[in-house]
Design a protein around this ligand. Structure first.
Ligand SMILES: [Zn+2]
Length: 346
């Protein structure tokens, strides 16, 4: 939307993303308004790629129009002993700088998930003053003691839902993904129709190539939307993924027919979270496949970063704003609308 205070028409805007971020870092919002054709932050976030398109003399009618984003994967507090703690205010400032309108904040309660436990109650309290932008999830380790049978577990989750939780995760316990203790958690999420964001690697939610354990989970909890994340999930974009790949970051060409595609064909309750090095790497390891995959699975994929510490580098912005240009309709779904639907915000 053109801003009347801008001295130039949009077609002449030559401001790069880096200049845009620099202006924000310097707190020079007013100075920015004097050089940019766009008034709102959400519009500002899209300027980088438009300017790049201008510089490239690109005539594309379908810019990816990145942002405003809904980020389905962030954390607050101190996650690792090697990272600094992140406050809600710092997260909100980072969101402003990158055109992220809303972010899901995920607890980490399993000992395998982080160096310090980040409890659901902490996440609910930290997000409480900012619920218009920070969307809390809840989590329970599947090895937790509880009474009352399956109903007891459902009641524990319902307490969190009543306090504002809109999903379950980050689910990252050091047991098999189809361990009976996990299956009863999925059944509880299924009963409450809570979306569940899970991490797979060779130490957490373990599975084997082809992800047969995940298939069992998807089948047993059809009303639960499962959101895949992590090395084991993303390595499974390729049909040739080996067991070691499920714990790493495989590079090189993707072989068609990977477990992600097969499971997405079979189970409508499966989504993918593009966050972290694993999500960015799955797309960037084979850009030709990656772009087609994003377009083909435009209804199933959601933007995410796994931002959890001040100053953390996030590869998703460069990937989606400098490297891959998506049709506007695809970008709209992946960058925000799919998440809004899953989170019940649409
Ligand atoms: Zn995470």
């Amino acid at each position: 939307m053109p801003n009347s205070s801008c001295p130039r028409p949009p077609s002449e805007c030559r401001v790069t993303r880096r200049q845009f971020q620099g202006a924000l870092v310097k707190g020079a919002a007013a100075a920015w308004a004097s050089v940019c054709a766009f008034g709102s932050l959400a519009s500002l976030a899209s300027v980088g790629s438009r300017a790049k398109a201008d510089d490239d003399n690109s005539q594309s009618n379908k810019p990816s129009r990145p942002g405003p984003y809904v980020d389905v994967h962030t954390h607050l507090g101190q996650t690792w002993n090697s990272t600094e703690p992140l406050t809600a205010e710092e997260l909100l400032r980072w969101m402003d700088a990158h055109g992220v309108e809303q972010a899901v904040v995920l607890p980490l309660v399993s000992p395998e998930a982080s160096s310090y436990p980040i409890t659901t109650d902490f996440v609910l309290a930290q997000t409480a003053p900012h619920r218009d932008r920070l969307v809390p999830f809840c989590s329970i380790d599947p090895r937790t003691s509880f009474g009352g049978g399956q109903q007891g577990l459902v009641d524990m989750l319902r307490r969190y839902v009543d306090a504002g939780a809109r999903g379950f995760g980050e689910h990252k316990p050091g047991i098999d993904i189809d361990d009976p203790r996990n299956l009863r958690l999925y059944a509880a999420c299924n009963e409450l129709k809570l979306p569940l964001l899970f991490h797979i690697d060779n130490e957490r939610n373990m599975d084997t190539p082809g992800l047969p354990g995940l298939a069992r989970a998807l089948k047993e909890a059809p009303d639960c939307t499962f959101i895949g994340h992590g090395p084991g999930w993303w390595a499974s974009i390729s049909a040739d993924a080996q067991q070691a790949d499920l714990g790493g970051y495989p590079k090189g060409p993707v072989a068609e027919g990977g477990a992600i595609d097969k499971l997405m064909d079979e189970f409508p309750n499966l989504r993918g979270d593009l966050s972290a090095g694993s999500g960015a790497g799955a797309i960037s390891r084979d850009l030709e496949f990656g772009r087609k995959f994003l377009i083909r699975r435009a209804d199933r994929l959601m933007f995410g970063t796994d931002f959890l510490a001040p100053g953390q580098a996030v590869p998703q912005f460069e990937l989606f704003e400098e490297t891959i240009e998506l049709p506007a309709e695809v970008a709209n779904k992946i960058f925000r609308e799919n998440a809004r639907k899953v989170l019940g915000l649409a």
